[in-house]
Design a protein around this ligand. Structure first.
Ligand code: AMP
Ligand code: GLY
Length: 421
């Protein structure tokens, strides 16, 4: 098979690595890719937000399957364009992507199908949102309705913070994403995510994970895209997983099908779990980054069979072969991230690291410069390891980090602390 993956971060490097483990893959193309991905795949120049250009590329290169990594091309309807051109694609339609691109859409679906989630109000003017907060008081969660790169959510402990967040959002800080605001009740508990493949008819769970959103050890500091993750997530027990399917995922998929827009692709189910009861925090319509890196390390070659079956509507034929294993990924970021950071610092030591089914360094934001690997983003490397226990996976991941020579980088030293406590 000729396979095209769209995207260029650590998630896509992990997807590419897993796909390559499968002997079915003849030719692997990743656009735009990055310096690490370029070591294992072709990385052509292609505008991944241009549907006709991507479809044309697929026709020219006899691509058999397109795997869409990030949310932007999904929201732009690239999966629709490819399906219309008769090209097999893993990823939801623009309409399906509304589960991620519109928080009020997700809330409407939850209300319609009875899925447990935080109570909420939806506002299109700052005045109405402010009145709601004054009326209800704090704590509340203020969210920009649209995509805001993980920055459009403020958990406000007091009314003044909530009102300031409302003003920021309506002032245009988040562009169109902030033109509408959702205000939610605060949920308590432990967060974890559940990953479910959906082909429009069948839903097949493919794993659980937990990430660490705060920048610094002890879950302190600003929110980031994720500083590390591990799989499985112990809090997502079989009983919680079953409840999640019965009360949240199955009703959501049924409601989408009832509306004539069945969901196809991976569904990232972000949960808050308290006393064994899961409630929905958010849906994403793609694999999590960096959760995907830990999941791919565990799934290996079967990831391609599963994504292909999902794209072809054959999930009912599939099952997941689980090993009793654990995986962890630790993000190395440029100092300063998620604020301002410098690009271009040289990373040494990567060549000498083991690369096998228990050790992989996925590249998130790197580039080649004068024959050397340099940092080219905020999150730069995803140091990933697998073990028989989470402790072993952790030891291996940090063992790799010790051998990476990059003074301008930083990482959290406590990924997995909750599960290991
Ligand atoms: P979201 O983009 O909706 O996933 O929100 C980002 C983060 O904000 C989540 O991962 C939670 O940590 C937090 N969060 C969002 N909504 C709530 C809520 N209703 N209650 C408590 N925390 C929340
Ligand atoms: N790591 C969180 C996300 O991918 O949204």
């Amino acid at each position: 098979m000729n396979i095209l993956i769209l995207g260029g971060g650590g998630r896509e490097h992990a997807l590419a690595w897993a796909v390559l483990q499968n002997p079915k893959c003849d030719r692997l193309i990743v656009a735009p890719g990055n310096a690490g991905i370029a070591q294992i795949a072709e990385c052509p120049v292609l505008d991944i937000l241009d549907g006709p250009a991507v479809a044309g590329f697929c026709a020219d290169n006899a691509v058999d399957l397109v795997i869409i990594g990030p949310e932007a091309p999904l929201a732009a309807g690239i999966a629709d364009d490819l399906r219309a051109a008769g090209i097999s694609v893993f990823g939801p339609s623009a309409e399906g992507s509304r589960l991620e691109t519109s928080k009020s859409f997700t809330k409407t679906i939850c209300s319609a199908c009875g899925a447990p989630t935080a109570g909420y109000g939806h506002f299109t003017t700052a005045e109405a949102a402010r009145a709601h907060v004054r009326d209800r008081g704090a704590p509340v969660v203020v969210k920009a309705d649209g995509l805001a790169a993980g920055k459009g959510v403020i958990v406000a402990q007091d009314t003044a913070t909530a009102l300031a967040a409302i003003d920021d959002m309506f002032s245009g800080e988040f562009g169109a994403a902030g033109a509408e605001v959702v205000i939610e009740e605060v949920m308590t508990g432990e967060e974890a995510s559940y990953f479910v493949l959906c082909d429009g008819d069948t839903a097949l769970p493919v794993g659980t994970a937990q990430d660490h959103k705060r920048a610094f050890d002890g879950d302190a500091g600003p929110n980031t895209g994720g500083m590390g993750a591990y799989s499985p997530a112990p809090v997502l027990t079989d009983a919680v997983a079953q409840k999640t399917m019965d009360e949240i995922v199955t009703p959501t998929l049924a409601e989408l099908a009832r509306r004539g827009t069945p969901y196809q692709g991976i569904l990232y189910v972000g949960l808050m779990i308290e006393d064994g009861q899961p409630r929905l925090v958010e849906y994403n319509v793609r694999f999590g980054d960096p959760e995907c890196q830990a999941l791919m390390m565990r799934l290996g070659a079967q990831a391609l069979d599963l994504m292909q079956a999902c794209a072809e509507g054959r999930l009912h034929e599939m099952s997941v072969n689980w090993a009793e294993d654990h995986a962890m990924t630790v993000v190395m970021a440029a100092k300063g991230y998620p604020g301002a950071y410098e690009k271009g610092s040289v990373i040494n030591g990567l060549d000498d690291l083991p690369e096998d089914s228990a050790h992989m360094v996925f590249h998130a934001g790197t580039a080649w410069q004068d024959g050397r690997i340099v940092a080219d983003g905020g999150r730069v490397l995803n140091v990933t390891a697998r073990g028989a226990t989470l402790a072993e996976a952790q030891e291996r991941a940090y063992g790799l980090i010790d051998r990476i020579d990059w003074p301008q980088g930083m990482y959290r030293s406590d990924i997995g602390w909750r599960a290991l406590a």
